[in-house]
Design a protein around this ligand. Structure first.
Ligand SMILES: [Zn+2]
Ligand SMILES: [Zn+2]
Ligand SMILES: [Zn+2]
Length: 274
Protein backbone atom coordinates (compact mmCIF):
# COMPACT_ATOMS: atom_id res chain seq x y z
CA UNK A 1 0.00 0.00 0.00
CA UNK A 2 1.50 3.30 -1.08
CA UNK A 3 -0.06 6.34 0.57
CA UNK A 4 0.47 9.79 -0.98
CA UNK A 5 -0.71 12.82 0.94
CA UNK A 6 -2.19 14.97 -1.82
CA UNK A 7 -3.71 17.60 0.45
CA UNK A 8 -2.87 18.22 4.10
CA UNK A 9 -4.56 21.59 4.70
CA UNK A 10 -7.84 22.77 6.12
CA UNK A 11 -10.53 24.42 4.04
CA UNK A 12 -8.51 27.54 3.14
CA UNK A 13 -5.21 25.72 2.67
CA UNK A 14 -1.70 27.05 3.30
CA UNK A 15 -0.76 29.45 1.92
CA UNK A 16 -4.23 30.92 2.23
CA UNK A 17 -5.35 33.17 -0.63
CA UNK A 18 -4.73 36.82 0.21
CA UNK A 19 -2.84 36.02 3.43
CA UNK A 20 0.64 37.19 4.27
CA UNK A 21 0.81 35.86 7.83
CA UNK A 22 4.14 34.47 9.02
CA UNK A 23 3.04 30.88 8.43
CA UNK A 24 1.81 31.48 4.88
CA UNK A 25 5.01 33.46 4.18
CA UNK A 26 7.15 30.67 5.63
CA UNK A 27 5.34 28.12 3.47
CA UNK A 28 6.07 30.19 0.34
CA UNK A 29 9.71 30.59 1.39
CA UNK A 30 10.10 26.84 1.94
CA UNK A 31 8.22 25.94 -1.22
CA UNK A 32 5.75 23.76 0.67
CA UNK A 33 2.00 23.85 0.80
CA UNK A 34 -1.08 22.34 2.33
CA UNK A 35 -3.85 22.13 -0.21
CA UNK A 36 -7.35 20.94 0.63
CA UNK A 37 -7.57 17.42 2.08
CA UNK A 38 -7.15 14.31 -0.05
CA UNK A 39 -5.18 11.06 0.16
CA UNK A 40 -4.20 8.73 -2.68
CA UNK A 41 -3.87 5.06 -1.72
CA UNK A 42 -2.29 2.83 -4.34
CA UNK A 43 -2.50 -0.95 -4.24
CA UNK A 44 0.70 -2.20 -5.88
CA UNK A 45 -0.67 -5.75 -5.92
CA UNK A 46 -3.71 -4.94 -8.07
CA UNK A 47 -2.44 -1.79 -9.81
CA UNK A 48 -5.51 0.10 -8.61
CA UNK A 49 -5.84 3.20 -6.48
CA UNK A 50 -8.37 4.61 -4.08
CA UNK A 51 -8.88 8.30 -3.42
CA UNK A 52 -9.99 9.38 0.04
CA UNK A 53 -11.99 12.60 -0.36
CA UNK A 54 -12.32 14.73 -3.50
CA UNK A 55 -10.35 17.90 -2.91
CA UNK A 56 -11.21 21.12 -4.78
CA UNK A 57 -7.47 20.99 -5.61
CA UNK A 58 -7.87 17.59 -7.35
CA UNK A 59 -6.52 18.69 -10.75
CA UNK A 60 -3.49 20.44 -9.33
CA UNK A 61 -2.73 17.63 -6.89
CA UNK A 62 -2.71 14.94 -9.57
CA UNK A 63 -0.55 17.05 -11.87
CA UNK A 64 1.87 17.88 -9.08
CA UNK A 65 2.28 14.36 -7.65
CA UNK A 66 1.97 12.40 -10.90
CA UNK A 67 -0.02 9.63 -9.23
CA UNK A 68 -2.43 7.39 -11.12
CA UNK A 69 -6.04 8.45 -11.53
CA UNK A 70 -8.33 6.75 -8.99
CA UNK A 71 -10.32 3.61 -9.69
CA UNK A 72 -12.62 4.39 -6.78
CA UNK A 73 -13.24 7.14 -4.25
CA UNK A 74 -14.57 7.38 -0.73
CA UNK A 75 -16.11 10.57 0.67
CA UNK A 76 -15.89 11.19 4.43
CA UNK A 77 -18.48 13.99 4.65
CA UNK A 78 -20.11 16.73 2.62
CA UNK A 79 -18.06 19.81 3.51
CA UNK A 80 -16.68 21.71 0.51
CA UNK A 81 -13.05 20.82 1.10
CA UNK A 82 -13.76 17.04 1.00
CA UNK A 83 -16.52 16.76 -1.59
CA UNK A 84 -16.49 19.59 -4.07
CA UNK A 85 -13.54 18.36 -6.10
CA UNK A 86 -15.73 15.62 -7.51
CA UNK A 87 -16.62 17.65 -10.59
CA UNK A 88 -12.97 17.40 -11.66
CA UNK A 89 -13.54 13.87 -12.93
CA UNK A 90 -15.66 15.16 -15.82
CA UNK A 91 -14.06 14.00 -19.09
CA UNK A 92 -11.15 12.53 -17.07
CA UNK A 93 -12.74 9.35 -15.72
CA UNK A 94 -15.47 7.23 -17.26
CA UNK A 95 -17.01 5.25 -14.48
CA UNK A 96 -15.82 5.64 -10.93
CA UNK A 97 -17.62 4.28 -7.86
CA UNK A 98 -17.90 6.84 -5.04
CA UNK A 99 -18.39 5.14 -1.70
CA UNK A 100 -20.09 7.03 1.11
CA UNK A 101 -22.16 6.35 4.20
CA UNK A 102 -25.83 5.41 3.91
CA UNK A 103 -27.04 6.75 7.28
CA UNK A 104 -29.46 9.66 7.17
CA UNK A 105 -27.96 12.83 8.62
CA UNK A 106 -30.59 14.52 10.82
CA UNK A 107 -29.06 17.87 9.82
CA UNK A 108 -29.58 17.45 6.07
CA UNK A 109 -32.21 14.71 5.92
CA UNK A 110 -29.88 12.83 3.58
CA UNK A 111 -27.02 10.41 3.85
CA UNK A 112 -23.60 11.43 2.54
CA UNK A 113 -24.18 9.06 -0.39
CA UNK A 114 -27.52 10.73 -1.17
CA UNK A 115 -25.94 14.19 -1.08
CA UNK A 116 -23.24 13.01 -3.48
CA UNK A 117 -25.96 11.65 -5.79
CA UNK A 118 -28.01 14.87 -5.56
CA UNK A 119 -25.18 17.37 -5.91
CA UNK A 120 -23.61 15.50 -8.84
CA UNK A 121 -26.76 14.14 -10.51
CA UNK A 122 -25.44 15.48 -13.85
CA UNK A 123 -22.10 13.70 -13.60
CA UNK A 124 -22.43 10.39 -15.44
CA UNK A 125 -18.83 9.45 -14.66
CA UNK A 126 -19.56 8.74 -11.00
CA UNK A 127 -21.70 6.08 -9.40
CA UNK A 128 -22.63 6.76 -5.78
CA UNK A 129 -22.21 3.58 -3.74
CA UNK A 130 -23.94 3.78 -0.34
CA UNK A 131 -22.27 1.72 2.35
CA UNK A 132 -23.18 1.02 5.96
CA UNK A 133 -20.70 2.22 8.60
CA UNK A 134 -18.86 -0.57 10.43
CA UNK A 135 -19.53 -2.98 7.53
CA UNK A 136 -16.27 -3.50 5.61
CA UNK A 137 -16.51 -3.42 1.82
CA UNK A 138 -13.99 -4.30 -0.85
CA UNK A 139 -12.56 -1.94 -3.43
CA UNK A 140 -9.21 -1.68 -5.24
CA UNK A 141 -8.18 -4.91 -3.50
CA UNK A 142 -8.55 -3.22 -0.13
CA UNK A 143 -10.98 -3.79 2.69
CA UNK A 144 -12.46 -0.40 3.60
CA UNK A 145 -14.56 0.51 6.63
CA UNK A 146 -16.35 3.77 7.40
CA UNK A 147 -16.47 4.60 11.11
CA UNK A 148 -18.63 7.37 12.61
CA UNK A 149 -16.71 10.25 14.18
CA UNK A 150 -17.88 13.58 15.68
CA UNK A 151 -18.06 16.69 13.45
CA UNK A 152 -21.20 18.60 14.43
CA UNK A 153 -23.60 19.45 13.00
CA UNK A 154 -22.88 17.05 10.12
CA UNK A 155 -22.28 13.33 10.14
CA UNK A 156 -18.70 12.47 9.26
CA UNK A 157 -16.75 9.24 9.02
CA UNK A 158 -13.22 8.09 9.59
CA UNK A 159 -11.87 5.75 6.94
CA UNK A 160 -9.96 2.53 7.62
CA UNK A 161 -8.14 0.91 4.68
CA UNK A 162 -6.62 -2.55 5.03
CA UNK A 163 -4.68 -4.66 2.53
CA UNK A 164 -5.80 -8.21 3.31
CA UNK A 165 -2.76 -9.84 1.65
CA UNK A 166 -0.06 -7.83 3.42
CA UNK A 167 -1.93 -6.76 6.54
CA UNK A 168 -1.05 -3.10 5.92
CA UNK A 169 -3.46 -0.72 7.63
CA UNK A 170 -4.17 2.97 7.12
CA UNK A 171 -6.54 4.92 9.37
CA UNK A 172 -7.83 8.43 8.60
CA UNK A 173 -9.64 10.15 11.45
CA UNK A 174 -11.99 12.19 9.27
CA UNK A 175 -12.79 15.72 10.39
CA UNK A 176 -13.59 15.14 14.04
CA UNK A 177 -13.52 16.33 17.60
CA UNK A 178 -11.74 14.14 20.14
CA UNK A 179 -15.10 12.57 20.98
CA UNK A 180 -14.67 9.57 18.69
CA UNK A 181 -16.92 6.70 19.82
CA UNK A 182 -15.25 3.65 21.37
CA UNK A 183 -16.69 1.36 18.73
CA UNK A 184 -15.03 3.47 16.01
CA UNK A 185 -11.72 3.57 17.92
CA UNK A 186 -11.75 -0.23 18.05
CA UNK A 187 -11.93 -0.44 14.25
CA UNK A 188 -9.35 2.33 13.81
CA UNK A 189 -6.91 0.61 16.19
CA UNK A 190 -3.31 -0.37 15.50
CA UNK A 191 -2.76 1.26 12.10
CA UNK A 192 0.65 1.34 10.44
CA UNK A 193 -0.15 4.96 9.59
CA UNK A 194 -2.68 7.25 11.23
CA UNK A 195 -3.69 10.48 9.50
CA UNK A 196 -5.32 12.69 12.11
CA UNK A 197 -7.22 15.98 11.87
CA UNK A 198 -5.24 18.45 13.98
CA UNK A 199 -6.45 21.81 12.77
CA UNK A 200 -4.60 23.97 15.32
CA UNK A 201 -2.53 23.65 18.49
CA UNK A 202 -4.46 23.59 21.77
CA UNK A 203 -3.02 27.00 22.66
CA UNK A 204 -5.36 28.59 20.11
CA UNK A 205 -8.55 27.37 21.83
CA UNK A 206 -8.72 30.62 23.76
CA UNK A 207 -9.37 32.38 20.45
CA UNK A 208 -12.32 30.16 19.48
CA UNK A 209 -15.69 31.66 20.49
CA UNK A 210 -16.60 28.30 22.00
CA UNK A 211 -13.12 27.68 23.42
CA UNK A 212 -11.87 24.13 23.73
CA UNK A 213 -13.28 20.96 25.22
CA UNK A 214 -12.45 17.34 26.01
CA UNK A 215 -9.55 18.38 28.22
CA UNK A 216 -6.82 15.84 28.91
CA UNK A 217 -5.54 15.02 32.42
CA UNK A 218 -3.39 18.19 32.45
CA UNK A 219 -6.29 20.38 31.32
CA UNK A 220 -5.18 20.68 27.71
CA UNK A 221 -8.16 20.84 25.32
CA UNK A 222 -8.21 18.00 22.81
CA UNK A 223 -11.01 19.58 20.79
CA UNK A 224 -10.92 23.05 19.18
CA UNK A 225 -14.44 24.46 19.38
CA UNK A 226 -16.71 21.54 18.53
CA UNK A 227 -15.61 20.22 15.14
CA UNK A 228 -11.89 19.44 15.08
CA UNK A 229 -9.09 18.02 17.20
CA UNK A 230 -6.24 20.11 18.45
CA UNK A 231 -2.71 18.89 17.77
CA UNK A 232 -2.63 17.61 21.34
CA UNK A 233 -5.98 15.86 20.90
CA UNK A 234 -4.89 14.20 17.67
CA UNK A 235 -1.73 12.91 19.35
CA UNK A 236 -3.74 11.64 22.32
CA UNK A 237 -6.07 9.79 19.95
CA UNK A 238 -3.05 8.35 18.12
CA UNK A 239 -1.75 6.99 21.39
CA UNK A 240 -5.14 5.65 22.39
CA UNK A 241 -5.55 3.65 19.18
CA UNK A 242 -1.93 2.48 19.21
CA UNK A 243 -0.82 4.06 15.92
CA UNK A 244 2.64 2.90 14.78
CA UNK A 245 3.16 6.19 12.92
CA UNK A 246 1.12 9.38 12.91
CA UNK A 247 1.01 12.35 10.56
CA UNK A 248 -1.16 15.31 11.41
CA UNK A 249 -3.30 16.67 8.58
CA UNK A 250 -6.14 19.14 7.90
CA UNK A 251 -3.85 21.83 9.28
CA UNK A 252 -4.72 25.54 9.37
CA UNK A 253 -2.38 28.43 8.67
CA UNK A 254 -3.10 29.57 12.24
CA UNK A 255 -0.27 27.36 13.53
CA UNK A 256 2.49 29.73 14.65
CA UNK A 257 5.19 29.76 11.96
CA UNK A 258 7.80 28.28 14.33
CA UNK A 259 5.55 25.26 15.00
CA UNK A 260 3.86 24.89 11.63
CA UNK A 261 6.45 22.70 9.93
CA UNK A 262 7.61 20.58 12.86
CA UNK A 263 7.08 16.83 13.04
CA UNK A 264 4.58 15.22 12.99
CA UNK A 265 2.76 17.95 11.03
CA UNK A 266 2.44 16.80 7.41
CA UNK A 267 2.91 18.78 4.22
CA UNK A 268 1.65 17.88 0.75
CA UNK A 269 3.51 15.25 -1.22
CA UNK A 270 4.60 12.97 1.60
CA UNK A 271 4.63 9.30 0.55
CA UNK A 272 4.42 6.26 2.85
CA UNK A 273 4.83 2.61 1.92
CA UNK A 274 2.91 0.40 4.30
ZN1 LIG B 1 -1.83 32.80 6.56
ZN1 LIG C 1 -15.53 19.20 7.72
ZN1 LIG D 1 -12.42 19.64 6.28
Amino acid sequence: MRVTLLGTGDTTGTPTVGCDCDTCTAARDRGVERTRFSVHVANERTGESLLIDASPDFRYQFLREGVSLPDAMVISHIHFDHLDGLGNVFRILDDVPVYAADETDPETGQSVAETVADDYYYLDAITPEPRTPFEPFETCGFEVTLVPVDHPPLVCYGVVVEEPETGAKLTFSGDTSYDVPDRSRAVMADPDLFLADAIVPASLCEHHPLGGRHEGPDGTPRTFGTKHMTREGALALAEDIGAAKTRLVHLAHFYPAEEAFEDPLAVDGEVYDL
